[in-house]
Design a protein around this ligand. Structure first.
Ligand code: 5AD
Ligand code: SF4
Length: 429
């Protein structure tokens, strides 16, 4: 047992959890490999936020079955298998899977692996415990280059009517503020240039009398690093945060603030607890405090009962906000959520709306990128091949430039010389 291969679906939370699983396996002396055919232990970390993810995962499991070594151990974990009906059907459909875990007990992966190796006993354990004291963080084997992910909280209390997350990740649990601060201090001291705080709704972070804004203030440092966080909820994000952005040495000038829809009626049906006007007011406050802020969002089309008029409201919102980057999704039915029981739209209407939205956003991103030409920005170099450097500007725009001396982890002033669609090219100054 000396090689492992972890394959991850889904969001940054999953990416970081895979790093924790890698930490457990490395502590046993194992090393990572990229090809499942070489691995003694294969881990598939799954997502269930949309049906497309689940379908892909089943297809992927079939491919793993034919590519893996005969005696390799196959572990499936994450959000998809936290749903008991899915865990049960998975072991029936895929008897070649050896260990099934959910999201709550991934830290037990080493124990179950030992049990399987020594006794051949397969395990399905999706038992959940949501007590704070039982969150067992394993030191992660980090794989995200100059960036380090740091959980500040787990779970979600919001129950947006389309979303499966609260069912598979449980209620909100915040990590102790001192633990977060010491993690971040340690990571900066060991050379990480970007820290991304993770939580399903970071704005509702609370530890004793400290709130999210207090945590960010406590993470201010004289050492040069970029501080990011995700995900924010428009109902909870405070205007105080806009002022902090304006003053901070560390906070990156980018904000991901998922709006989901531009229609007040749909936002109510989604249980989002804000109106489009309230959303605009918050966006205006952030833009006033930080004029160069890069804004991004998640938008879903085809939510049950969405009319053409509702959808036009979404297009109008996108036109008004002018996001730098937008993640666009077709609503996907998730069993057990309230929206699954509402009247559904046909596939063609949903597909046609997403096509229109993608087209509109493409034009906006292109125009924003075009406006950047001639401007100067600070780029954090994330990768370098030969003399070609790739990184992100303060506002999260992707920038490439040629430079012999810059190295990964450097902050470089770059003048933007051209834009191809949303990709910026520049030269170091
Ligand atoms: N269908 C489609 N998209 C969804 N998201 C969450 N649940 C669903 C669903 N059932 C999207 C939301 C969220 C992002 C992470 O995934 O836009 O912000
Ligand atoms: Fe899902 Fe809403 Fe929680 Fe985000 S805030 S994880 S969309 S329930």
């Amino acid at each position: 047992m000396d090689k492992y291969c972890i394959q991850t679906y889904g969001c940054q939370m999953n990416v970081h959890e895979s790093e924790k699983i890698a930490g457990v396996l490395q502590a046993r002396g194992m090393t990572a490999c990229a090809d499942v055919a070489d691995a003694d232990v294969i881990v598939l970390n799954t997502c269930c936020v949309r049906e497309t993810a689940e379908t892909k995962i089943y297809g992927h499991l079939g491919r793993i079955k034919s590519a893996k070594k005969r005696d390799a151990v196959l572990i499936v974990c994450g959000c998809m298998t936290q749903r008991s009906e899915v865990a049960q059907s998975l072991v029936k459909r895929c008897p070649f899977v050896d260990i099934v875990l959910g999201t709550f007990n991934q830290s037990l992966i080493g124990d179950y692996l030992d049990r399987f190796i020594h006794t051949g006993v397969k395990t399905v354990d999706i038992w959940r415990s949501e007590k704070d004291g039982e969150l067992r963080d394993t030191p992660p084997a980090r794989t995200s280059g100059i960036n380090a992910w740091v959980n500040i909280m787990y779970g979600c209390n919001n129950f947006c009517t389309y979303c499966i997350v609260p069912y598979v990740r449980g209620r909100e649990r915040c990590r102790p503020i001192d633990d977060i601060i010491s993690d971040v201090d340690g990571l900066i001291s060991s050379g990480y240039k970007q820290i991304t705080l993770l939580g399903q709704n970071v704005n509702s972070y609370k530890w004793q009398d400290k709130k999210f804004v207090d945590l960010l203030k406590m993470l201010e440092s004289d050492k040069k690093y970029r501080l990011k966080f995700m995900t924010s909820h428009p109902k909870d994000i405070s205007i105080e945060l806009a002022d902090l952005f304006a003053r901070s040495n560390n906070l990156a000038h980018s904000l991901h603030l998922p709006v989901q829809s531009g229609s007040d009626r749909i936002l109510r049906e989604m249980n989002r607890h804000y109106t489009r006007d309230e959303y605009f007011r918050k966006i205006d406050a952030f833009r006033a405090a930080v004029p160069d802020i890069g804004l991004s969002s998640d938008i879903m089309v085809g939510f049950p009962t969405e009319t053409e008029d509702d959808f036009m409201q979404t297009l109008d919102l996108v036109d008004r906000v002018k996001y730098n980057n937008l993640f666009m999704f077709i609503y996907s039915r998730r069993s057990g959520t309230p929206a699954d029981k509402m009247p559904q739209l046909d596939y063609k209407t949903k597909q046609e709306r997403i096509d229109r939205l993608i087209k509109r956003q493409f034009e906006i991103s292109k125009a924003i990128a075009g406006d950047s030409v001639g401007k100067t920005c600070e780029v954090l170099v994330a990768e370098k091949t030969g003399s070609k450097c790739y990184g992100k500007a303060q506002n999260d725009a992707a920038v490439t430039f040629d430079n012999e001396t810059a190295t990964v982890g450097d902050f470089v002033q770059v003048k933007i010389t051209s834009a191809v669609n949303a990709n910026l090219k520049g030269e170091a100054i």
